[in-house]
Design a protein. Sequence first.
Length: 262
Amino acid sequence: MKLSFCTTGCKKKHIFDIISFAKEHSFEGIELWYGHAKQYIEEIGPLDRLYQQLQEEGIGVPAVSLYTDFATQDERQALKDVQRALSAARQLHSPLIRVFAGNLPSHRTSPEKWQRAVDQFQQAARLADDYEVDIGLEIHYDTYADTPEAALAFLEDVGHPRVRTIFDGSNLHVNHVDQMSALEKLYHTVSHIHLKNYHWDFANWYLSKPTPIFQGDIDQKAFLKELMNRQYDGFVSLEYFGEHAFTHIKESLREYTSVFSR
């Protein structure tokens, strides 16, 4: 198991500051928001130069992250964004891009919207074949992959091996879904994992308070031990947002290393 962190929560940070942070704290990977990849292209040049720089530091890119959800964007624009992210992932030797499915809970969407997203995922998956990069569907509340059952049904309807899942137990907890039972159901589809913790306010999710990974409402020690028991050898990305994102990532890293060896 390898540790990385998401840069989606650090959008205002410059890509060089992010690389410095990863080096300082000996992270093995950076899950790169596409906006940071774009910043590098515009200010520095081709991403193969960034790949070489990261390689010299022993840092991989487990995923390139988009916010494309195949519901709120124009279909052509969504596929253009996917193609750009796939190209970035290939240049960075990243195996995966992160996307979402829809913008409504699975039980509230219509069959027509569900099928529209399925059709677009199938197109995106065919593109992904050309780049030899997988598409990571994030398990997330208020999407068509908000429960294990919904995610599996969506994957079955898409029916393409390039489409995998990004597991996030905290996102399931919002809907009172137990992450350990969810992992059992979804593990065969998982290519990447997000890890965070909160003290939840279920009446108003956005008032929930982020905490380091071992201080919130979810037992993340047990979750990590389960991954180790399963001999999971992929990346786990620490994911935090807001002005204190780096602080929560650092504290989470300290907690992790106090319990598990790196």
